[in-house]
Design a protein around this ligand. Structure first.
Ligand code: KIV
Length: 284
């Protein structure tokens, strides 16, 4: 399925015209280990991808869209078809960043062949360059299987939200010696299996520092301190779309206030018939 379309831009908000820039590649991000920090954000839609793309190196179509867009209680119910639909939209809206798509819960854990079938669908049907999957040592064989067959993999260890039913909470990982050793061995297993990037989520700073210093691929932190080789946030968190966010989120905008204020003003103007005004009507 092609993700390239010719649209009538006179009637569509979508702008499919590629800007004259070359898209970054998986090897170019892999080569950033210990160098210029990798800037990553989540994106779920074409328009948001267009806005973020010039500023990012990596756009992740995260399965966090289950909570952020679909109002689900966790990422567990998110389906592969949903990830593919949003992945294709983000590829269409971006020209520079590497796009990686999350493999949702249940689409890869059963076996390396199940993971290959799901990941191949993601790459073929979205045009994305890479997939991300959660898990440590148990997923190392799968990461190696995909990597050796031309599917670049972003690993994800520490707090792994798809395992919420087993973990019981979204608290940071690495407290106590047993947890510290587990996060470290998970990170090493996934990096050695061939992941080209490794997301460290909700990991104590000392552990993130130790992992970053000891694995060969760049680490991307979310709630894992500035010691990592790059950072990622959920875009809607960083834009301030939600009142409640985790401690590690810094709000760079106040989108919830902007939306509430705009909706309030619009409602008032509709009710008082001051919208539409002269500028918005077709008089002749
Ligand atoms: O699903 C997601 O958005 C993620 C990032 C937060 C790393 O996995």
């Amino acid at each position: 399925m092609s993700t390239t379309y010719q649209l009538d831009t006179a009637t569509s908000r979508a702008n499919p015209t590629p800007a004259p820039v070359k898209r970054l590649t998986v090897p170019s991000l892999r080569a950033r280990k210990g160098k210029e920090p990798i800037v990553a954000l989540t994106a779920y839609t074409a328009r948001m991808a267009q806005l973020l793309d010039p500023h990012c190196d990596l756009l992740l179509v995260g399965d966090s869209l289950g909570q952020v867009i679909y109002g689900l209680p966790s990422t567990v119910p998110v389906t592969l078809d949903t990830m593919i639909a949003h992945g294709a939209a983000v590829v269409r809206g971006s020209y520079r960043s590497v796009v990686a798509v999350d493999m949702p819960f249940g689409s890869y854990e059963a076996s390396p062949s199940q993971a290959f079938a799901s990941a191949a669908r993601v790459l073929k049907e979205t045009g994305a360059a890479a997939v991300k999957l959660e898990g440590g040592e148990a997923m190392a064989e799968t990461v190696a299987f995909l990597s050796m067959r031309g599917i670049p993999v972003v690993g994800h260890v520490g707090l792994t939200p798809q395992a919420i039913n087993a973990l019981g909470s979204y608290r940071a990982r690495g407290k106590g010696e047993a947890e510290r050793a587990k996060v470290l061995s998970d990170a090493h297993a996934i990096a050695e299996a061939g992941a080209f990037l490794l997301v460290l989520e909700g990991v104590l700073e000392l552990i993130a520092r130790e992992i970053t210093a000891s694995v060969g691929c760049p680490t991307i932190g979310i709630g894992a301190s500035a010691a990592c080789d790059g950072q990622i946030l959920v875009t809607e968190d960083m834009l301030g779309l939600f009142e409640r966010t985790p401690r590690f989120v810094k709000k760079y905008g106040a989108l919830a206030e902007v939306v509430k204020e705009a909706a309030k003003t619009y409602a008032e103007e509709v009710r008082t018939r001051s919208f539409p005004g002269e500028a918005q009507i077709y008089a002749s």
